[in-house]
Design a protein around this ligand. Structure first.
Ligand code: AR6
Length: 170
């Protein structure tokens, strides 16, 4: 498995699956979620509604998969990160679950290349440095990671990009 870091807009990345930092309703929102639904079009929301009707949304730490609609990726994996409130252990475990459950779903769908945004590091206020450490460790330690060819950490801002760069270099 190869790890890459991009400073980019995740909606423009051509991989088998991009991951969305969604909320439990799966009905869209701001941040990266808003961008994915806006650019991907209605097909993504239609799939989300079907999932809601079947299982009633998505729990924090869980992941679901939909079409990527008009985006260059084939699928969107929607995961729901925790809202940071300073309760380190519980929130860190839930954030790690987001990465693990997204990868599990990727493997089930024969996805070989996957791009993650910094889940929870925007509106949900998870500290960027802590979140990046959890993201990298969760991916590297994932028990079936050899089945994935490439993981891209997509950073939207320079600060996040530099954090990932220094963590991956060390
Ligand atoms: N490409 C890549 N990264 C992005 C993009 C983009 N186009 N846009 C934002 N980011 P956030 P959260 C980065 O707030 O904290 C929504 O309303 C952003 O800089 O999107 O998990 C949902 O519906 C940040 O580093 O997600 C939920 O209600 C990271 O993506 C809530 O926000 C995550 O920021 C989820 O909050």
């Amino acid at each position: 498995m190869k790890i890459e870091i991009f400073k980019a807009d995740i909606t423009e990345i051509q991989v088998d699956a991009i991951v969305n930092a969604a909320n439990t309703s799966l009905l869209g929102g701001g941040g990266v979620d808003g961008a994915i639904h806006r650019k991907g079009g209605k097909a993504i929301l239609d799939d989300c509604v079907k999932i809601r009707n079947k299982q009633g949304g998505c729990k924090v730490g869980d992941a679901v998969i939909t079409t990527a609609g008009n985006l260059p990726a084939k699928y969107v994996i929607h995961t729901v990160g925790p809202v940071w409130n300073g309760d380190k252990d519980e929130k860190s475990k839930l954030l790690s679950d987001c990465y693990k459950n997204s990868l599990e779903l990727a493997i089930k769908n024969e996805i070989k290349t996957i791009a993650f945004p910094g889940i929870s590091t925007g509106i949900y206020r998870f500290p960027k440095d802590k979140a990046a450490r959890i993201a990298i460790k969760s991916v590297k330690d994932f028990y079936k990671i050899s089945e994935i060819e490439k993981v891209i950490f997509v950073c939207f801002d320079k600060e996040s990009y530099e954090i990932y760069q220094s963590l991956l270099e060390s």
